[in-house]
Design a protein around this ligand. Structure first.
Ligand SMILES: O=C(O)[C@H](O)[C@@H](O)[C@H](O)[C@H](O)COP(=O)(O)O
Length: 242
């Protein structure tokens, strides 16, 4: 994999603008090439960046297929539900057809929800071992986690499954469904967005460290794809090479 591309903007507002422009550019290229755009989105602070910026930009929303890089195993009416945040603040805003966004099923066990989600994804990528998303939009926690893959967790060693349950997430809520590294690293574009001085140390560790046991975010290295980081100046302040 080529070195990650690091885009540093002055402010969170500018990060959001650059991120959304990038997303729409990749979406419209995918739509022109194959008529569909397969994207995975994350929770945390990312929904705000995307939901504030994307609705103003031009694309054919009903050719998008939105999946979740991870999702909390909570009812849809729970404020922690990432799907509901995107449904309310993006899907409904752009009048995207609801069957273009694919939530997990919170009404079964987290193990079953993961198996069902695996099926849902594979139905869109028939005949391949590992689906290849056009774009995965990721966040990174202050501990270097991404999706619901946490430091030291056995899920980091997963080599077969593309979707897995977790019931001991150190970031609440504890039960989640997450993409695994084999799926993440098969995408065309893996894009992180991280802002704020609180992330400056872990960003330096992930982007410029050379750890024997890399943090989860440092393990995102698309095999045949590109890695891009959108950072504000506060988050990037310890980086040497930007
Ligand atoms: O649903 C989740 O909890 C997220 O997918 C999670 O992986 C998030 O991306 C990171 O925790 C970063 O969150 P912040 O950007 O809010 O720090």
């Amino acid at each position: 994999m080529a070195a990650p591309r690091v885009v540093v903007a002055e402010s969170e507002k500018e990060v959001a603008e650059k991120l959304c422009a990038f997303v729409i550019e990749k979406a419209n290229i995918a739509l022109s090439e194959k008529g569909t755009f397969y994207v995975g989105v994350s929770g945390g602070s990312l929904p705000k960046f995307l939901c504030d910026g994307l609705p103003h930009l031009k694309t054919n929303w009903n050719k998008w297929k939105i999946f979740f890089c991870d999702e909390r195993h909570v009812p849809y009416n729970d404020p922690e539900c990432t799907y509901s945040i995107y449904k309310t603040n993006l899907v409904d805003k752009v009048s995207m057809l609801p069957d273009n966004i694919f939530p997990i099923d919170p009404n079964v066990s987290v193990e079953e929800a993961a198996m069902k989600y695996d099926d849902v994804i594979r139905k869109h990528f028939p005949g391949v071992d590992i689906p290849r998303f056009d774009l995965l939009l990721l966040g990174m926690g202050p501990d270097g986690h991404t999706c619901s893959l946490f430091p030291g967790h056995k899920l980091l060693q997963e080599t077969e499954k593309i979707i897995a349950p977790i019931s001991d997430s150190p970031k609440p809520p504890p039960a989640r469904v997450t993409m695994t590294l084999p799926l993440i690293n098969n995408c065309k574009f893996a894009v992180f967005t991280s802002c704020g001085a609180g992330k400056k140390e872990v960003i330096q560790q992930v982007l410029e460290g050379n750890e024997p046991d890399p943090l989860p975010a440092a393990r995102v290295r698309p095999t045949n794809g590109e890695l891009v980081w959108f950072l504000d100046k506060a988050a990037a302040q310890l980086l040497c090479k930007v």
